[in-house]
Design a protein around this ligand. Structure first.
Ligand SMILES: NC(=O)c1ccc[n+]([C@@H]2O[C@H](COP(=O)([O-])OP(=O)(O)OC[C@H]3O[C@@H](n4cnc5c(N)ncnc54)[C@H](OP(=O)(O)O)[C@@H]3O)[C@@H](O)[C@H]2O)c1
Length: 267
């Protein structure tokens, strides 16, 4: 697959899944805007790795909970690239900024979740579209298990915000169809080298063992490269007919039945 001559912006690409996406797009030939909020060193490191892979780009800072900063980020993209072909909305604040159960979550935490996902996507897509003069690919990185379930109580803010994000994907899918712009969401399962590594070691071990032991049929956690591969597929012209969809990229974890012990489900 070649993305030679294409320009991409990946939010939250200083680290984690976004970084993997930036690598994939660069390896495929795209120029990539590497975005971060506070970790400039990590963003510079991602850009250096992008250049090592034969790619090019620049780094740009913005807090995606602030619409004016999102607009400034796209202004910079317009100055550097002139046009945009791929916009991946991936950034997500640290868990401590929103991780609180429904009866305790502060309105500030709630707003952080919604502003960083639904509002950031609303503003970002409206800024990206005028730059997509030759059609384009817009992708949101969601967590559909969080928007569909209620068990992990402190995820209520982000789960609800991701649900709103997924809804926006469908509305924008229709709104931008005639412009040749597709809008889709990718829903990874638990992924290595991401927010997972910021959790206490015991929590990391519990989650990893759960997936390796059976919850993920493929028997391992995902990697940023796994998710990036799916972004790459969507960026290919063969995917031009898919829009408004939420696609799981989770090694089959979303196929498991939570009412039945995993030992019985996997032979
Ligand atoms: N990790 C998983 O297992 C998993 C599973 C399903 C879905 N996802 C989704 O995948 C996406 C990436 O997750 P991740 O775990 O890879 O993330 P991560 O490693 O925690 O990295 C977060 C990224 O977002 C940036 N960021 C944080 N707060 C921001 C803000 N207010 N404004 C702008 N940028 C901000 C960070 O920039 P700095 O480096 O400057 O702080 C960093 O680049 C998220 O949308 C997440 O919901 C992740």
């Amino acid at each position: 697959m070649t993305l030679q001559g294409k320009n991409a912006l990946v939010t939250g690409s200083s680290r984690g899944i976004g970084r993997g996406i930036a690598f994939k797009l660069a390896e495929s030939g795209a120029r990539v805007a590497i975005h971060y909020v506070q970790n400039e060193a990590a963003a510079k490191n991602t850009l250096a790795e992008v250049c090592k892979r034969g790619g090019s780009g620049f780094i740009v800072q913005a807090d995606v909970t602030k619409p004016e900063q999102i607009k400034a980020m796209f202004k910079r993209v317009a100055e550097e690239f002139g046009t945009l072909d791929i916009f991946v909305s991936n950034a997500r604040p640290e868990a401590v900024e929103f991780f609180q159960a429904p009866m305790d979550i502060t309105l500030e935490q709630w707003d952080t979740a919604f502003d960083s996902q639904a509002k950031a996507f609303l503003v970002g897509v409206r800024e990206a579209t005028p730059l997509m003069k030759r059609g384009g690919k817009i992708l949101a990185i969601t967590y559909a298990e969080g928007s569909r379930t209620g068990g992990l109580q402190p995820w209520v803010g982000m789960g609800s915000a991701k649900a709103a994000l997924e809804s926006l994907v469908r509305y924008f899918g229709v709104a931008l169809a005639k412009k040749g712009i597709t809008v889709n969401a990718i829903s990874p399962g638990w992924t290595e080298d991401s927010v997972l590594n910021s959790l206490p070691q015991q929590v990391q071990d519990l989650i990893t063992n759960w997936h390796v032991r059976g919850w993920t049929p493929m028997g391992r956690l995902g990697t940023p490269a796994d998710v990036a591969g799916v972004v790459g597929l969507f960026c290919h012209e063969d995917a031009d007919w898919i829009t408004g969809q939420v696609i799981y990229a989770d090694g089959g974890a979303s196929l498991m039945n939570p009412e039945v012990p995993t030992e019985i489900q996997i032979g």
